[in-house]
Ligand binder design. Structure first.
Ligand SMILES: Cc1cc2nc3c(=O)[nH]c(=O)nc-3n(C[C@H](O)[C@H](O)[C@H](O)COP(=O)(O)OP(=O)(O)OC[C@H]3O[C@@H](n4cnc5c(N)ncnc54)[C@H](O)[C@@H]3O)c2cc1C
Length: 384
């Protein structure tokens, strides 16, 4: 597959680079610790930077104009993602609002919900977290047990626990999946819950992903009004499926890995390690994997632009990104372990840490492989 960017795409990329050059502090890799989206510094910066992007018309290029976007094609969104992830994602978690929370509100929200949320998303002034996973419900998300008990007058009382929730300690609202009925998939509803409601407790889970990358969120008798229900009662699975499809292929995370990989190569070139042909061959393999991940993702975007229904190529693209990250992780571990061990370069270390988790973070890689084996390779189900 061969891509040729149009002059408009190239000009858009250049504008993004200009805005980044004008706004990122010179010591941004240090300020952001390579990539630590939950740190106080990164969150504070994103709160300044997203409204600037919005002001420049660069925050949501691909949404329809009537929803506050720029009305441009989805490649613009991808270019935006590549440029942002390629410098360590200075929007912090704002990309969640743009990539999947906003689109879900556009598709399933009431006019009141749209009026409340969309202008704030388009202005870059609101951020969300995603309360899906639970201690007993990850890949098997429909096993979730957090309960939103209808009170009979349109309100709900929420009780339960979420885990691994990115951004929870600084998000304004949570898109929450909770059980409202008995049936496994058809007994789940989606809510948009303000994070400052009484009864919500957030605890940071310390980990190598960064200062405040993951959290546990507890809901104890949290009273939620009817205005929080997104979609219909017990119709949350449909909303979640849409959200997850946009999450899985909505973010060019390979750009972050590529940046760390390139930085590592600079170090290896300087100290002569790249003169070793075996190391160069492994580096070439990483480069090829990253390029394949990029092409697979661009193929999916191309299909979207041409209104082709989502198919197994989404799972292939997601796995290609996981594969590329794993190649780079192995390369760094084998040939640049000292850079990681002594934390010589925050950009390299951050890319390594992030890449190690990609196979689980936005949905387990093995589950994607199951779908590829069934839907592309037509392999039979079972243990054989
Ligand atoms: C960096 C990061 C950020 C995250 N942010 C969020 C967030 O903001 N909100 C949120 O709700 N969740 C978030 N998560 C959680 C993430 O969605 C889950 O970790 C993921 O869905 C996997 O669920 P689990 O951890 O319960 O693992 P499990 O589902 O228990 O999987 C454990 C292992 O079993 C394998 N496995 C499971 N099922 C199958 C199968 N059917 N076939 C083959 N192998 C299988 C998996 O591949 C995996 O290796 C985040 C996770 C990470 C790492």
């Amino acid at each position: 597959m061969e891509f040729a960017w149009t002059p408009e795409h190239r000009a858009f990329r250049q504008r993004l680079r200009d805005v980044l050059a004008a706004n990122l502090p010179d010591n941004w890799p240090v300020v952001s610790n390579g990539y630590d989206n939950g740190s106080d510094a990164s969150v504070a910066f994103s709160r300044k930077f997203c409204p600037i992007l919005a002001e420049e018309g660069l925050l949501i290029p691909h949404w329809p104009k009537e929803n506050g976007g720029g009305g441009l094609d989805a490649f613009h969104h991808w270019i935006l993602g590549e440029e942002m992830w390629g410098v360590g994602e200075p929007r912090a978690y704002q990309y969640m609002s743009i990539n999947w929370v906003g689109p879900a509100i556009i598709k399933f929200g009431t006019p009141e919900q749209q009026a409340e949320h969309l202008p704030r998303i388009c202005g870059g002034t609101i951020s969300y977290c995603q309360g899906f996973s639970e201690p007993g419900a990850g890949s098997d998300l429909a096993a979730l047990r957090t309960r939103a008990e209808p009170t009979g007058d349109g309100r709900y009382i929420v009780n339960g626990q979420k885990i691994w929730t990115s951004a929870a300690s600084f998000a304004d609202a949570c898109i929450l999946l909770a059980r409202t009925g008995a049936e496994r998939h058809a007994g789940i509803s989606m809510f948009i819950v303000p994070m400052d409601l009484p009864g919500i407790t957030v605890r940071v889970i310390p980990g190598m992903q960064g200062e405040r990358a993951m959290h546990e969120v507890f809901f104890d008798d949290v009273e939620v009004g009817p205005e929080c229900l997104l979609g219909t009662e017990n119709g949350g699975w449909k909303v979640a499926t849409e959200v997850l499809a946009n999450e899985r292929i909505g973010v060019p995370r390979y750009a972050l890995t590529w940046r760390g990989f390139n930085k590592a190569l600079e170090h290896l070139r300087l100290d002569g390690r790249l003169e070793n042909a075996a190391i160069r061959a492994r580096a070439a393999r990483c480069e090829a994997a990253l390029k394949a991940a990029r092409l697979a993702a661009l193929g999916v975007i191309n299909a979207r632009i041409h209104h082709r229904p989502a198919d197994v190529s989404v799972n292939v693209a997601r796995y290609a990104a996981v594969w590329a990250d794993r190649q780079v992780v192995e390369f760094l571990g084998d040939f640049a372990g000292d850079l990681l061990f002594y934390d010589v370069d925050a950009v390299v270390t951050a890319a390594y840490k992030r890449a190690t988790s990609i196979g689980i973070g936005a949905g387990a890689a093995e589950v994607q492989l199951n779908l590829v084996s069934r839907n592309l390779l037509q392999m039979p189900r079972g243990n054989a």
